[in-house]
Write a protein that binds this ligand. Sequence first.
Ligand code: FNR
Length: 188
Amino acid sequence: RTYKIGYFIGSRSSASINRILSKALIRLAPHDLEFTEIPIGNLPLYSPDFDGDYPPEPRALKDAITASNAILFVTPEYNRSIPGPLKSAIDWASRPYGQNSFDHMPAAVIGASPGQIGTALAQQSLRAVLGYCNSRQMTAPEAYITFHPDVFTADGDVSDESTATFLTDYMRDFRVHIERVLTVIPRP
Ligand code: FNR
C-alpha cells in the first residue's frame, strides 16, 4: 500500500542543506511513499494563549500531520540542539492538551551538517521530545549526515554510491517501520 509521509525541514534557510538532503531522500525512497512538506516558516511562536483558538497556520500544521501516515524530520543542529522554529512547530502540534498530533505517529529523524557529528546532538534532543510526544520513532538505523557539496546536487542527486545506498536503505527501513507500527496501531 501507499503511505503518506509528511516531512519537516528544520531549517528556514533559503539555501538549506537539509532541504537538499530531503530532496535526495525523496528521490531514493520506495516509490509507494508519497511526500508532502509540512512548512514551518510561516508559524508564529507557540503560546498557550492560543490553546482555545488556534490561528490558521498552526491549525493547518495539525491538519497536515493528522493527514499523514508518518512523519520524517530532516533537521539541522543549532547550538547542539533542535532549531527553535522546529521546536515551536512541535509545541504547536502537541497542543492543546489532549489533542497531541504526534500520539502514536510513526516518525524518523535525520539531519545534515557540514560538521563531523552530522546533527547527532540535535537528533538526540529531537528524539527526547518525540518520545515525550508518544511518537513511534524508528530507532535504527540512525543517520548522521556530514554534508559534502560534491556529493549532493542542489536538486538532490547523490553522486557518491555508498551515500546513495545508505540513504536508500534508510528510507526502505523507514517504510518497514511504518508498516509495522500501523499494523499494531492502525490510524484512520
Ligand atoms: C549552526 N551550525 C551548527 N552545526 C553543527 O554541526 N552543530 C551545531 O551545533 C551548529 N550550530 C549552529 C547554530 C546556528 C544558529 C547556525 C545558523 C548554524 C552550522 C549548521 O550545521 C549549518 O549552518 C547548516 O548549513 C545548517 O543547516 P541548513 O540550514 O543549511 O539546512
